[in-house]
Design a protein around this ligand. Sequence first.
Ligand SMILES: *Cc1c(COP(=O)(O)O)cnc(C)c1O
Length: 463
Amino acid sequence: MRYVSTRGAAPKLGFEEAMLAGLALDGGLYVPETWPTLSPAEIADLAGLPYEEAAFRVMAPFIGDAFPEAELRGVIARAYGCFDHAARAPLVQVGPNEWVMELFHGPTLAFKDVAMQLIGQLFEASLRRSGRRITIIGATSGDTGSAAIDAFRGREGVDVFILFPDGRVSEVQRRQMTTPAEPNVRALAIAGDFDDAQARVKDMFNDHAFRESARLAGVNSINWARVLAQAVYYFTAAVALGAPHRKVSFTVPTGNFGDVFAGYVAKRMGLPIDRLVIATNQNDILHRTLETGRHVKEGVAPSISPSMDIQVSSNFERLLFELYDREGPAVATLMAELRDKGGFALSQGALDRLRADFDSARASEEETSAAIAAVHDAAGMTICPHTAVGMHAACLRRGDPKTPMVILATAHPAKFPDAVEAATGLRPPLPPHMADLMDRPERMTRVPNDLAAIEALITRELA
Ligand SMILES: *Cc1c(COP(=O)(O)O)cnc(C)c1O
C-alpha cells in the first residue's frame, strides 16, 4: 500500500515512511492511495474474535508488507495487553438500542491510548530494525500528550517533546505528562491555546532545516497510523451489534476530526455505517460547516470538555480530499484560504457529499453538564464531559430508532473530576493504579508562543 499527500505535491510513501513522517513535505496529510475493502463475509467473520485479531485483520491491508505478519501480531498484542478490560473497547447499553463504547481502558484513561500504544510499538519495531534515532514532537489539548508520553517513556531511539497549552489542561492530564521520570520524555507548557501549540508544531515540521537536524517525527492525530488504529473499534462495535447484516450509527465527540474520520475509513472499507454524528462543544466549527457550508475559524473558548477546544480540525483535510475527488491542488487552495483568510466555503457538491455521510450537533456548557447528570440518573453511569457532548448530540440526531446508535466514550470520568462533580455532586475516583498521581513530583518547562525559542530549546536538549 502506498500513501499520497492530500495536497498532491509530496512524494508517495510506503506505510512505514508515512507513519514516521507524520506530515507530508507539501504540508498535506498522508492517505492511502486506494481504500482497501473487507467483504461482508470477512466482516461477519470478525464476530466474536479477540480485539487483537480483529485489529490485525482490519489493519493488515493498509500495512501490506511494511511489517511481517508475526511482527505485526506481536506489536498489536503488546499494544493492547496493558488495557484493563478484556474486550479492550467494551459496549455498555445506556438506552433502547443505544450503546456507549468505552474507549478509556488504556493506561492514561482516554481513547488516545488505543492509537498511541500501537504507534509506540510500531515505532520501536521500525527503529530497532533501522538503528535510527528520532525526535517526536506533538501538540496536545491534554489527552494526546499524556498518551504519547506513556507510550514512549523509556523507549530507546526516541526523544519526545509535548507542547500543551499552559493552564488549559486538567490537573490529571497535566500530571500524566509531567510525572513520568524517564529523561527521554518532556512536557513543554506553551503560553497560548491548543491551536497555538498545534501551529508551532506544524511550523517546526515546515522548517525543513530544523526538521532534518532534529530528525522530527510526528505522532499527532494527523499521523495516519493513529487514524488506522481507531478504525478497528468501529468494526468490533458494529459487528457486535449485527453488522454486516444491519446498519449501525455512531456519535463521536470531535475535536481534531481523527476519531470520526476513522469511522469514515471503516465505512469506506465496507462497514455498513448509517450515520456518523459529529458532536462538538461550543467550539463548533465543524457543526457550523455542516449547517452553513462555510468552514470559518472563530476564537477558541475554553470549555469543560477541553480535549475538544479546537478550531483547526487537522484531519478534516483528509475528508476534504475525498469531498473534492482527491484533487490535491483544490485542497491546497482551501487550506491556504483557511490560513490567510480564516475560512473557506465548500462547493455545493462537496457539501452534499459531506452531508451524505455525516450529521452534526453542538452542546453548550449547560447541555454538557445536563447530559452528565441525565445519564447518571437514568443509567447509573458516570461519563466524562466529552462523552456527554456525544450523548447530547446523539439525542438530537438519533435518526431511525431501529438503527443501533453507539456513542464513543472518549475518556474516563476521573480524568475530568471537576466537571463531573459539578454535574452530579460526586467526585469520580481514579483507578487504583493511578491513586498516587497527585503526590508524584512534576517536571515541565514553560515556553513562549515563539517558534525560534522552542526550536532553540529542543536543539539544546538534544545536544
Ligand atoms: C482527543 C479527544 C477527543 C477528540 O478526538 P479527535 O480525534 O481529536 O476528534 C474527544 N474526547 C477526548 C477525551 C479526547 O481526548
